[in-house]
Design a protein around this ligand. Structure first.
Ligand SMILES: [Zn+2]
Length: 292
């Protein structure tokens, strides 16, 4: 938001500071990164608006703005991709945090493979997504709702996930309020997004800000806690549970550009590795929300 020459924070309304510029990967466009001292929110001041082009088939095949994304492969090779560690990890978080048997919505579910995984474990899971990735999932009969259908399912879910979604949205509080409306009172929102806090003095060196075509919002745990409160949630502290360890395992392998799971991977001491990764990147510090 621009007011008489200054750019105010979309979260707390305070004045923000220009951090610097980051080069996009799609067409070399330059993006201005700003941050707010008050709440810790950082964001791209001039985000792209051509969403149809950004989130097209090329993006989901890893040929677009983020080369670490490959939903098409994960859909085709669902039983052997390392993404299975993440699906399994999210389902464990569900089992740990949510009321037994409650309905689960994966908000921004991409190709919907986490939903398929959960359904195979007997959980009544649904997805929400738009565009090419949603069509990919629906072709496999995964129940992925569109924007209109979402409105019909108010206060229906006991658990909502938003996995690596919040860094893509221009108005985080608006999205969190949409999620809040899907949840029953006492329901849980579990989200993952990068933690900007360890990078506070060096934001431009952080991997999340290096995809400014698509990553446009960056949060510290205190920022997310504040956003959750504004959207009708009580923020709660995560623990490094088995589910989160599996999610971290997936993140580590993804960044090492490992594609498929194998026996050698499973022999590694992932609890210890996850603790080291968590000490550096503070993954578990990001709060989850309880709908109030
Ligand atoms: Zn702020």
């Amino acid at each position: 938001m621009r007011e008489s020459g200054c750019v105010t924070c979309a979260i707390c309304g305070n004045e923000t500071t220009r951090v610097g510029e980051q080069q996009g990967v799609l067409d070399g466009r330059s993006f201005v990164i700003r941050s707010c001292d008050q709440c810790g929110f950082a964001f791209v001041e001039n985000p792209r608006q051509d969403f149809e082009r950004l989130y097209d088939e090329r993006y989901y095949r890893g040929e677009g703005a983020d080369s670490l994304v490959n939903y098409a492969y994960e859909s085709e090779a669902a039983s052997r991709t390392i993404r299975t560690y993440e699906w399994s990890g999210i389902h464990r978080v569900y089992a740990h945090l949510a009321k037994p048997g409650c309905k689960w919505m994966d908000f921004g579910c991409g190709n919907g493979e986490a939903v398929r995984w959960a359904r195979e474990q007997g959980t009544e899971a649904w997805g929400y997504e738009t565009g090419w990735a949603a069509r990919l999932g629906r072709a496999k009969d995964i129940p992925i709702l569109d924007e209109q259908a979402l409105d019909v399912h108010k206060a229906e879910f006991g658990f909502v996930t938003a996995i690596e979604v919040m860094e893509h949205v221009a108005d985080p509080i608006h999205e969190l309020r949409r999620i809040r409306r899907l949840l029953k009172r006492g329901g849980i929102l579990f989200l993952t997004t990068g933690n900007a806090e360890p990078w506070r003095r060096n934001l431009l060196a952080w991997g999340y800000t290096k995809c400014p075509d698509v990553h446009i919002a960056f949060f510290e745990p205190r920022t997310m806690g504040y956003c959750l409160q504004k959207a009708g949630f009580r923020p709660c502290q995560m623990e490094l549970t088995d589910g989160l360890i599996e999610i971290i395992k997936y993140k580590v392998l993804k960044n090492l550009r490992v594609r498929d799971r194998n026996c050698a991977i499973d022999l590694l001491p992932w609890r210890q590795i996850a603790k080291l990764v968590d000490a550096r990147y503070q993954v578990s510090a990001m709060p989850y929300g309880v709908a109030i």
